[in-house]
Design a protein around this ligand. Sequence first.
Ligand code: ZN
Length: 212
Amino acid sequence: MNITDQREQVYRMALRLYGAGLIRLSAGNVSLRGDDGLIAITPSGLWYEKMQPDDIVIIDPNGAVVDAKPGHKPSSEWALHTAILAALPQVNAVIHTHSIYALVFASLVKEIPAISIELIPAGGNIPVAPYAPAGTPEVGRGAAAVFQSRPGLKGLLLQNHGLVTIGETLDRAFEYALDIETAAQAYHLALQVGQPVTLTAEQIDDFHRYHG
Ligand SMILES: [Zn+2]
């Protein structure tokens, strides 16, 4: 994968997230690490609907800009991406959204329980990483620590902020972002009419047994 492919993949994923309603205006961001360790990331402050592949910024693992159009900066939340990628060598893709139902539970500081099979591939219950100001390295460090403490976990909520998902590929990270947002919406709706039942650890194990 060369830098042009990397930019193209991040650009296409940003449009896909925008099309799915998971990101709006310039909120939310996408990154992809290449074989050489360089990271392609969405730019700061540019509306997704106006974005082109060459707007994607290339940074090194410390966040220094390696290649960008004049005047372009990496997403203001680049440190969230670099901290997660540094802590998790098997992860190459990070997606961060401010999707609505994820925000509901991020603001309630309430984990999303595994009430539907949708959440099982993403790791079951989706926890909330502690609050830290957006754009600071602490956000990334807090999220990375939660991912490291739960090896099968593919997504988490950032308190009062949004959702982060990870994957070996961008497609995987996208699936987790969509699955978690869907499960959060279902949980929210279920709470309106009763007390949703959470899958047991045994039921989750069974799911893995039959679905690999
Ligand atoms: Zn954010």
